[in-house]
Design a binder for this molecule. Structure first.
Ligand code: NAI
Ligand SMILES: NCC(=O)COP(=O)(O)O
Length: 340
C-alpha cells in the first residue's frame, strides 16, 4: 500500500569499512521507520555481518526490484539483495577494487531508481574513494560520478552540514597544490549562489553566507597572497550587485568562530580541509555531506570508512542517523515536487 512517507534507499558502503555495522545500528532505531519507507540495497552476507558486529537483529522484507519499493512499503524495512561482492574478496580494513566495484554497482541501481522517481532519496554508508578508483572510477570522487551518471551540466559541489551550519566548496578531492587552479571568480560565484539558493529552498528566507579567504589573514593586504584582492573580493562584489548578498572574504582561521556564534548560516570554503577541519572539530559525530547541485537528494555521513575500527562495533552511528534525517527531509520535498 502506497503511503505519504518518502522512500529512502540505504546502502552498506565499502564492504571493508564500517558501513554494514552502521546501517545495522541505524535500522535498529525505531524512529527511522517512522520517518520513511526504508529500502536497504546490498549483499545479504554483508548485511548479516553488519548485524553480527553491531549485535542487532532486524527483520527485513525482501523485494526483487526498486520499482516495487513504493507499493511494498508499510511495515518492515525492505531489502533488495544484490550480488556485488563475495566475502573472500573482502579484507576488512583494506581498500580493494572488489569493494569499489561493489559500491559502484549498488549506487548505480539506486541512482537509476531515484532519477526515475521509484525512490525519493539515497543515503549511502561510507565508501572508499581509493577502492573506487582501483575499480576504474575515472573521477576524483563519487560526486563527480553521480553528476556524470545524472548528466548534470551545472555547478555542483559537496555541502557539509552540522545542525544549522552549512559549507560549500570551490575545490574538493584534489591535491592541495592544485587548489589555486580552481580559484576562479566564476566558481566562487557558483558555489556561493548554490549554497544561498539551497538554503532558501530549505526555508531560510535570507541566508547569511560568508566567503572564506584562501591565504593567511586573508592575504594581509596582498603581502600573503593576492587571490583575495584579484579573485575572491571581486566575486563577492559581483554577487552582491546581482542580488546574492554574501560577505567576505574573511580570514579562514576565524570565520568559523563567527559561524559557531550564530552569525552565519553558511561558509563558502576554498578547499576541502579548510571547511572540514572546522566542521569536524565542531561536531564530528553529527557531520553530514549532502551532494549539492544534483537533481536528486543524496546524503552520507561526513566521516569515512574508518578502516582502523571496522568490524569492532566501535563505530558511532550518530552522523549516519543525521544523514538519514536529511535524506528524509530532502526526499519528501523531491516527492512533493513531482506531485505538483
Ligand atoms: N561518507 C563517505 O562516503 C565518506 C567517505 N570517505 C572516504 O573514507 C576513506 C577514509 O577516510 P579517512 O580520511 O581515513 O577518514 P575516516 O572518517 O574514515 O576516519 C578518520 C578517523 O575517524 C574515525 N572515525 C570515522 N568514523 C567514525 C565513526 N562513525 N565512529 C567512530 N570513529 C570514527 C576513524 O576510526 C579514524 O580514526 C577515504 O577513502 C575517504 O574518501 C571520507 C569521508 C566521507
Ligand atoms: N563520500 C562523501 C565524502 O567523501 C564527503 O566527505 P569529504 O571527503 O568531502 O570530507
Amino acid at each position: 500500500m502506497v503511503n505519504d512517507k518518502p522512500t529512502v534507499a540505504l546502502t552498506l558502503g565499502d564492504p571493508a569499512g564500517i558501513g554494514s555495522e552502521l546501517i545495522a545500528k541505524l535500522l535498529s532505531h525505531r524512529q527511522v521507520l517512522e520517518q520513511a519507507n526504508v529500502v536497504l540495497v546490498g549483499d545479504e552476507w554483508l548485511w548479516q555481518r553488519g548485524q553480527t558486529i553491531a549485535g542487532v537483529q532486524v527483520e527485513l522484507q525482501p523485494i526483487v526490484s526498486l520499482a516495487e519499493a513504493r507499493a511494498q512499503a508499510g511495515g518492515r524495512p525492505l531489502f533488495l539483495a544484490v550480488d556485488s561482492v563475495h566475502p573472500e574478496e573482502v579484507e576488512v580494513g583494506t581498500a580493494r577494487a572488489s569493494g569499489g566495484a561493489s559500491v559502484l554497482k549498488v549506487l548505480d541501481l539506486c541512482l537509476a531508481a531515484v532519477r526515475d522517481r521509484q525512490i525519493d532519496a539515497i543515503c549511502f554508508a561510507p565508501l572508499n574513494k581509493h577502492a573506487m578508483k582501483q575499480a576504474g572510477m575515472p573521477f576524483e570522487d563519487e560526486l563527480h560520478y553521480f553528476a556524470d551518471y545524472l548528466n548534470v551540466d551545472g555547478f555542483f559541489c559537496e555541502f557539509n552540514t552540522l545542525g544549522g551550519l552549512w559549507t560549500s566548496r570551490i575545490s574538493s578531492h584534489v591535491p592541495l597544490k592544485d587548489v589555486p587552479l580552481y580559484l576562479e571568480k566564476g566558481r566562487i560565484k557558483q558555489a556561493s549562489q548554490l549554497i544561498y539558493r539551497s538554503l532558501q529552498a530549505a526555508g531560510v528566507a535570507e541566508p547569511r553566507v560568508a566567503v572564506a579567504a584562501l591565504n593567511p589573514h586573508g592575504g594581509d593586504g596582498g603581502v600573503c597572497g593576492r587571490e583575495e584582492i584579484d579573485i575572491i573580493a571581486p566575486a563577492v562584489e559581483e554577487l552582491n550587485a546581482e542580488g546574492v548578498p554574501v560577505h567576505g572574504p574573511f580570514p579562514a582561521d576565524t570565520i568559523f568562530l563567527k559561524a559557531r556564534a550564530g552569525e552565519y548560516d553558511a561558509i563558502v570554503t576554498m578547499y576541502h580541509d579548510q571547511g572540514q577541519i572546522a566542521i569536524k572539530l565542531l561536531g564530528f559525530e553529527r557531520g553530514v555531506t549532502v551532494q549539492g547541485g544534483l537533481p536528486v537528494p543524496i546524503t552520507t555521513p561526513a566521516h569515512g570508512t574508518a578502516y582502523d575500527i571496522a568490524g569492532q562495533n566501535r563505530a558511532n552511528v550518530e552522523a549516519t542517523l543525521q544523514a538519514f534525517h536529511i535524506a528524509c527531509r530532502m526526499g519528501a520535498a523531491y516527492r512533493a515536487e513531482a506531485n505538483c
